[in-house]
Design a protein. Structure first.
Length: 250
């Protein structure tokens, strides 16, 4: 299925499982992408929570909180390029409705003006790609010493955490550090967004989603994730916002 959905500054590439904003790949987990695709493909219609679960987690029993976490991630992506509320409406107790006008492009049709597809696939399928780090529109200037320190610490420690108040550049610095380390990790560098979480039990599923690991309802999630990653050489970056104190990027 080689088609695309265009709305606002976004282009959703179905076959490549990729979302572009202003032509630049957007970091988005597999489940969040599937939710967005379901809502966009049925724009204007109410999509119930049960329908989303059946579409995104077929044959798997999941908690409703999983939808809320991934919906939050979708809203964050949409809001980053404008007013997120104009795209997605929550219908209390029922489900969600995608509001924005959508243009559906079939193979061979011209692209919508102003939206360029200029990226390679950036999905989180381990083995098919080397990272899901977002493309940066500008160069990082004046942080060479910080980057060198992060890389040095990662040689000696399995966990490195950057802390500080919001807006000081932790995310930008960490993404740049991840890109500079791609040749160190054979199975890539991956970003898992934990900031929207309010339930610690969902951490495993979010990390698995970012790494392209499928969790089944019949096996322990942590055991499945551990088994899948046991032989991998990779780095995983997570971003979180604790209830109090500085936020962090690990």
């Amino acid at each position: 299925m080689s088609e695309a959905f265009v709305f606002g500054p976004f282009r959703l590439l179905v076959a490549r499982r990729e979302l572009l904003a202003h032509g630049v790949p957007v970091t988005m987990g597999q489940r969040a992408f599937e939710i967005l695709l379901t809502l966009v493909s049925r724009h204007g219609q109410l999509v119930t929570k049960d329908e989303l679960m059946a579409e995104v987690w077929p044959g798997v029993v999941v908690e409703e909180n999983n939808i809320q976490v991934h919906i939050s991630a979708v809203r964050k992506v949409l809001a980053a390029a404008g007013d997120g509320d104009r795209y997605l409406l929550t219908v209390a107790g029922r489900g969600y409705r995608f509001l924005a006008p959508v243009t559906r492009e079939s193979p061979g049709e011209p692209k919508t003006a102003g939206v360029d597809d200029q990226s390679a696939p950036a999905g989180a399928d381990i083995g098919a790609a080397t990272n899901n780090l977002p493309q940066q529109l500008t160069s990082l200037i004046g942080r060479e010493a910080d980057l060198a320190e992060i890389k040095a610490r990662l040689r000696d420690h399995r966990l490195v955490t950057l802390t500080g108040s919001g807006g000081v550049g932790k995310t930008r610095l960490s993404i740049e550090a991840g890109r500079s380390l791609l040749d160190r990790y054979l199975d890539g560098v991956w970003l898992a967004e934990l900031a929207p979480l309010n339930d610690a039990q969902l951490v495993t599923s979010i990390v698995a989603d970012a790494l392209g690991v499928s969790l089944s309802a019949t096996a322990g999630g942590l055991d499945t994730l551990t088994s899948a990653l046991r032989t991998k050489q990779l780095a995983a970056w997570t971003r979180s916002h604790p209830p109090s104190g500085p936020n962090s990027f690990s």
